[in-house]
Design a protein around this ligand. Structure first.
Ligand SMILES: C[S@@+](CC[C@H](N)C(=O)[O-])C[C@H]1O[C@@H](n2cnc3c(N)ncnc32)[C@H](O)[C@@H]1O
Length: 207
């Protein structure tokens, strides 16, 4: 189990050589799921977006591509994720449309009520204290702003439940768990979408 556990645990906070490998893998491995999640955001035209737990930065890049008038701030508490996300989005950073910063979702150092859209791909499993983290997200969204969560796991699939036992600090959530935590943090109009043949889950909430 040793090396396998060390490798898969890099999903929580990538660092070192294994973390670099994992970030490369996540950029390509999460793309289809992230794009499926983003396809559900049909009625938004955001100017200011924050991608939380951005990892290697591919999804921030996709947001910039889908919303050509938007600026994206990508946040991650891993120094290595921040470095890789900066590298991935270097042209957009140079163009002034993207910023990548180190920070913990449980205590966001971002301007209050300034984002139209917050996204979180494959990351809430690791957020310590979901209610506190969701309140932080609500705090940086403008009134009427959207929060989109996209997970490969619907909280019940066998693969993810196996990883939960291997990766310290990981927790899978069902759509109902997420909806309840979002409502508790003050979000309204919370809607969950399930993929038709995979355990993928997208939850979209309005502030
Ligand atoms: C499994 S990776 C997903 C990365 C990216 N969103 C993707 O879909 O490829 C989870 C990321 O969330 C970050 N993360 C976990 N908890 C965090 C927290 N409390 N604050 C900020 N980043 C966090 C990790 O450092 C890691 O880069």
């Amino acid at each position: 189990m040793g090396l396998f556990k060390d490798y898969v645990s890099q999903t929580r906070k990538p660092e070192g050589f294994l973390g670099k490998m994992m970030l490369r893998g996540m950029n390509s491995g999460h793309a289809k799921m992230a794009d499926w999640g983003l396809d559900h955001l049909q009625r938004v035209d955001p100017e200011n977006i924050v991608d939380l737990g951005c990892g290697g930065g591919r999804n921030a890049g996709e947001l910039l591509r889908r919303y050509p008038k938007a600026r994206v701030t990508a946040v991650d508490y891993s120094e290595l994720s921040v470095e890789k996300a900066k590298e991935y989005n270097r042209e957009m950073i140079a163009a002034g449309r993207c910023k990548v910063q180190q920070g913990d979702v449980s205590s966001l150092e971002l301007s209050k009520e300034s984002y139209d859209l917050a996204t979180a791909f494959e990351t809430i499993y690791f957020w310590l204290g979901l209610p506190q983290c969701f309140s932080q997200v609500a705090g940086v969204l403008k009134p009427g702003g959207y929060f989109m969560i996209c997970n490969e796991s619907d909280g019940t699939d066998a693969t993810s439940l196996k990883f939960e036992k291997i990766i310290d600090g990981m927790k899978n959530y069902t759509a109902e768990d997420i909806k309840a935590a979002l409502k508790g943090a003050g979000f309204s109009k919370v809607k969950a979408y399930h993929h038709k043949n995979k355990p993928w889950l997208t939850v979209i909430a309005k502030k």
